[in-house]
Design a protein around this ligand. Structure first.
Ligand code: BGC
Ligand code: NOJ
Length: 826
């Protein structure tokens, strides 16, 4: 290990291996990773905690996990090791036994986690991963005897099965404690609870080594009033061969090993999801069909096959990450951009906000706004293109004929929630944004003509383009007293709920959902978002020959810009909103919440205020009032009490979440705005405050994983200032990636090619980027010999100077060398 990498007392980055190496198990929060690429996913923490699910973390939960458990982060994928001679036992992953290990190391890699440990000269290594295209996970286990004598060892595996519906599993005990059923055959434990109702699915847990015993009943395995740390079966070293019938089903194999001095043994455990063949689904055979599982196990209970699959997984990531790779003078940028940020984007694209250490997989469906934004950072990954295309059409299908959308929806039913008091009125515009990002990346305008229904109602199909038009019309139609967009229930800031139903602003009252009056709160954020997105849509309309639409869109955009300038400017910054009583929010007239981050970023991204000094003024105000050493807070001052007319935003204590924490997602907008305004150093400075690797040295303050972004970091008003929460599943992942690659490094897809317009600090002499774009590879070398912070003097493509700063889309499968000379034009 290169010692320069070790900045934290919890671990270090191993960039060559693309791993984060955790060197002690007691991290400030469970530091998790994901396994799975497509349908079967699992969460694995650095001590083996976590659970698995097939496609849907609510309805197809395979194993159980207890959020809020004490000790934290239990149960998981456990392997107990017992010295048969002394009776001593410990865990390969530290938890749950928590014996002080002589050596511990967890390596979180891309799609796998490897935990190594040593106790009294018995060394183990377990690698958890899901082979590509498979619906099972592998525990690839190695054990070595470093003692100078033969040792008699027992291994006990442990998983705790979930009754499939994760919410029901936690609540419906009167039924659930009577339904568990398993079968054990040929070393394989089958969990088949629910099969009687033609549920068609079951789980299996298998071992490549012959077993000398097993257990499937939790109560029998653990023993009454004991815990995962001291199960009676492990303590006594005697499996009970229990067959659960009602109660709590588990899977535990016992394996006996006599290892000679220096001897190593490899064992494969497979935990998987299976379905009866479709033709058997509705005839209720009342049996689980094991044929396919048996076939599969014949192939996979084999360390060589597993090793090969592990190599294939590595190759998948080599390929996935080869679409964008940078070499800059800054190692935090290189590591996060090249590895971890792209990995996090891959996970947010697949899992939205469903299952993490903070999302239980049962509370919310897929967010319309979230999923569209997740696409913004994922579009460069060509292996995902068809899925992204499909996702955009799926998202369009949950739109209503009036242009509004469900806010969240279940992937299976494609139905969801729409708030009383109007929707989240920013939602429809995010569909415009994701479509445009997709088109710019792929050049594929044909998506606009792909048909999607409204509210998933057959017969209502229209081309995506019409859906986008309806999104525009929805905003245009729903405007308030200043002609600005109505906010509805909320906009991007879910907690800014300005439409409380009373005529008396000072009165405490309850919301009255049946009242429709007073819902006149307006959002300057949406106004700017409208300009930002619809400007682009006008260009797209033009390019597909819809000239009239283009003109109509531009007229609306210009009108909106005028309104923002007139009613959306507070003197030193952009206002946030007007409440239902027409009062300003995010204004110097307010006592609390005088300035908000979102409109400062979005208005400037929309190009507003660049010509008249407003942008710079607004950004200066952000710096003065909102910027902290840990990032930029959402608004200032925080709300010190609950305001009925503001809603959930004031329900949090000052400094947390939407009440003036450092909400990381809109930080990216300020970074982009600073880059647009040409203040490159400031843009990078803000970026670095949130770059997870740059915060690694303060892991003891930051607390969540140093390899991924978190949604929120406590603001200065909180006694936990600097502490992150809600890591992994956040729009921050995509937006930070867009900010650094497209706006700071300045390489961004345009309709006709790759635009290059870096905004880097003067002291950089340049950087390199390899970008695979529309079936060609661009090896881009940016030279900044004049040490400017913006400005492209000349671009040379394959030895030939080009006009302007858009490198053409060659689409020829070849490698093209692009030299970008920065400097002042003569
Ligand atoms: C959280 C928001 C989140 C919303 C989703 C709120 O409680 O503070 O961050 O977007 O729930 O429904
Ligand atoms: C988290 C939600 O997932 C996202 O959609 C929302 O914009 C932010 N919170 C801000 O409220």
């Amino acid at each position: 290990m290169d010692s320069q990498y070790r900045r934290s007392s919890y671990g270090y980055f191993d960039d060559n291996a693309r791993e984060y190496v955790i060197t002690r198990p007691d991290t400030p929060t469970p530091w998790i990773n994901y396994i799975g690429q497509e349908e079967y996913f699992g969460i694995v923490s650095n001590t083996g905690g976590g659970y698995s699910f097939y496609r849907d973390p609510r309805y197809r939960r395979i194993t159980r996990y207890r959020y809020h458990s004490i000790p934290i982060d239990q149960p998981g994928r456990y392997i107990y090791i017992r010295d048969a001679e002394t009776g001593e036992y410990w865990s390969a992953t530290w938890q749950p036994v928590k014996k002080p290990l002589d050596f511990y190391e967890c390596r979180h890699g891309l799609g796998y986690t490897k935990i190594r440990s040593r106790y009294r000269d018995i060394e183990t290594e377990v690698t958890y991963f899901v082979p590509l295209k498979q619906t099972f996970e592998v525990w690839w286990f190695k054990i070595r005897n470093l003692r100078d004598r033969e040792t008699d060892l027992q291994l006990f595996t442990y998983v705790e099965f979930c009754f499939w519906d994760a919410l029901d599993d936690m609540t419906n005990f009167q039924r659930n404690l009577n339904i568990a059923e398993v079968e054990v055959e040929d070393n394989v434990i089958y969990h088949k609870t629910g099969y009687r109702e033609r549920r068609n699915h079951f789980a299996f847990f298998a071992s490549s080594e012959p077993i000398v015993g097993f257990d499937t009943d939790k109560e029998v395995f653990i023993g009454l009033y004991r815990g995962y740390e001291n199960p009676i079966v492990v303590e006594e070293g005697v499996s009970r061969n229990s067959i659960v019938y009602g109660g709590h089903p588990i899977g535990s194999h016992q394996i006996r090993l006599r290892l000679k001095p220096g001897e190593e043994k490899e064992i494969v455990f497979i935990l998987g999801y299976a379905e009866n063949p479709p033709e058997e689904k509705f005839i209720a055979p009342n049996i689980i069909n094991k044929t396919r599982v048996k076939q599969l196990l014949r192939e996979w209970l084999n360390p060589d096959r597993v090793k090969q699959a592990f190599e294939e997984l590595k190759k998948f990531w080599d390929d996935t990450l080869s679409y964008l790779h940078v070499e800059t003078p800054d190692e935090d940028i290189n590591r996060i951009v090249n590895i971890w940020n792209q990995y996090q984007i891959f996970i947010t694209f697949h899992l939205a906000r469903s299952a993490s250490g903070y999302e239980t997989g049962i509370a919310r469906g897929i967010g319309f706004r979230d999923s569209n934004q997740d696409i913004l950072g994922a579009v460069h990954l060509q292996p995902l293109w068809s899925k992204i295309r499909e996702r955009i059409i799926d998202l369009a299908s949950i739109q209503f004929p009036d242009g509004g959308t469900y806010h969240q929806f279940q992937p299976i039913t494609k139905r969801g929630n729409r708030e009383i008091g109007g929707g989240f009125n920013d939602d429809p515009l995010w569909l415009v944004a994701s479509t445009i990002a997709y088109i710019k990346e792929t050049g594929d305008f044909s998506i606009l003509f792909e048909k999607a229904p409204y509210d998933n109602t057959p017969g209502t199909e229209e081309p995506l383009y019409e859906h986008l038009k309806k999104a525009v019309m929805y905003i245009d139609r729903n405007r308030g007293p200043h002609g600005l967009p109505l906010i509805g229930h909320a906009d991007w800031n879910d907690c800014l709920n300005l439409n409380v139903m009373s005529t008396n602003p000072d009165e405490s009252f309850q919301t009255a959902p049946d009242r429709t009056d007073g819902r006149t709160a307006e959002s300057i954020f949406i106004a700017c978002q409208f300009v930002w997105a619809v400007k682009e849509l006008a260009e797209v309309a033009e390019r597909i020959g819809r000239k009239e639409d283009a003109e109509y869109f531009r007229k609306l955009v210009n009108d909106m810009i005028e309104r923002v300038k007139k009613y959306g400017w507070d003197g030193e910054w952009f206002l946030r909103a007007y409440d239902a009583f027409g009062r300003k929010i995010g204004s110097k007239e307010n006592e609390e919440g005088r300035i908000y981050i979102e409109p400062q970023g979005m208005c400037i991204m929309a190009g507003i205020g660049l010509d008249d000094g407003k942008a710079i003024k607004a950004l200066d105000s952000v710096k003065k009032y909102l910027a902290t050493e840990h990032g930029i807070i959402l608004h200032w001052p925080p709300y010190t009490k609950y305001y009925v007319h503001l809603g959930e935003i004031s329900s949090y204590p000052p400094g947390h979440k939407e009440n003036a924490s450092i909400f990381c997602h809109p930080n990216a907008w300020i970074i982009i705005a600073e880059a647009i305004a040409g203040r490159s150093e400031q843009a990078l400075d803000y970026y670095k405050r949130l770059n997870p690797s740059a915060r690694e040295a303060i892991s003891h303050i930051h607390r969540t994983e140093p390899y991924v972004y978190a949604q929120t970091i406590a603001g200065p008003a909180s006694p936990r200032f600097g502490m992150a929460r809600n890591s992994w599943l956040t729009g921050t992942a995509s937006w930070m990636f867009v900010a650094i690659t497209q706006w700071i490094l300045g390489v961004r897809p345009a309709y006709d090619g790759l635009m290059i317009d870096p905004r880097i600090p003067k002291e950089w002499s340049g950087f390199k980027m390899v970008r695979r774009f529309r079936n060609a590879t661009y090896v881009i070398e940016v030279k900044n010999e004049e040490h400017v912070n913006m400005g492209v003097k000349q671009i040379i493509v394959d030895g030939q100077p080009i006009e302007g700063n858009i490198v053409p889309a060659f689409n020829d499968g070849k490698v093209h060398h692009v030299v970008v000379i920065m400097g002042k034009k003569e």
